[in-house]
Design a protein around this ligand. Sequence first.
Ligand SMILES: NC(=O)c1ccc[n+]([C@@H]2O[C@H](COP(=O)([O-])OP(=O)(O)OC[C@H]3O[C@@H](n4cnc5c(N)ncnc54)[C@H](OP(=O)(O)O)[C@@H]3O)[C@@H](O)[C@H]2O)c1
Length: 223
Amino acid sequence: MTVLRQWADLGEEELADAYAPGGDPWLRLNFVATVDGAVQGPDGLSRSINNEVDHRVFGLLRELADVVVVGAGTIRDEEYRPNPKPLVVVSRSGRVPDSLRAGDLGQVVVATGADAPFLAETRELLGADRTWLLGDAAPDLTALRRALVDRGLTQILCEGGPSLARDLLAAGLVDELCLTTVARLLAGDHLRLADGAPVDVPLTLRQLVVADDGTLLARWFTR
Ligand SMILES: NC(=O)c1ccc[n+]([C@@H]2O[C@H](COP(=O)([O-])OP(=O)(O)OC[C@H]3O[C@@H](n4cnc5c(N)ncnc54)[C@H](OP(=O)(O)O)[C@@H]3O)[C@@H](O)[C@H]2O)c1
């Protein structure tokens, strides 16, 4: 059933309720996009399209998650730093992105394949127990989800980027897409939220929150 809500009616508690997980285990994708589907702004990053409303939901979804999973490209582009939540970097190269090296790597895991060229370096930085080999050329994403759930990390938040989102969708591993649409239109060649070979995933709208500035916060379920 679709629930339409006004952002202005949602205090902290109501907002947390509005984003209560739809199951356990549960994998959520979270993206912000413009009305024409761009997930990058003029600076090539998401920070030039997101806004205060999106920031609040982005933070809440992190709070509600046990683990954050991000493609290495997004970590490099957005210069992620380690944060208090466990962070899984999904990578074929197996390299720990530079921006993460500036902080405490204690909660960082790299999920990669046995053929990854940076394996030795990453093992030295993170140790073998946080260098997960889940395939050969690339990590098997189904095995990654299983490995997280087996460790009790059942609320999984994926913050992108578009290549990883596409691969998770193609593998049928996504339960929910949280999509903030900001009231802007950019045209140009910006990436959309899923990038790569075509996928076709039917979605069901579970909730739509409308803010006064025109920002739309949707929860889309895949099943
Ligand atoms: N608006 C938003 O909400 C939002 C969210 C996230 C990102 N973005 C934007 O998206 C852009 C980055 O796009 P992107 O497609 O390059 O992001 P991405 O999916 O994070 O990065 C691609 C890289 O991640 C790794 N990767 C992705 N899928 C993989 C898989 N299935 N197996 C193994 N490794 C995998 C590979 O890393 P290696 O090269 O290390 O092998 C690959 O080169 C940036 O501009 C960023 O700002 C926007």
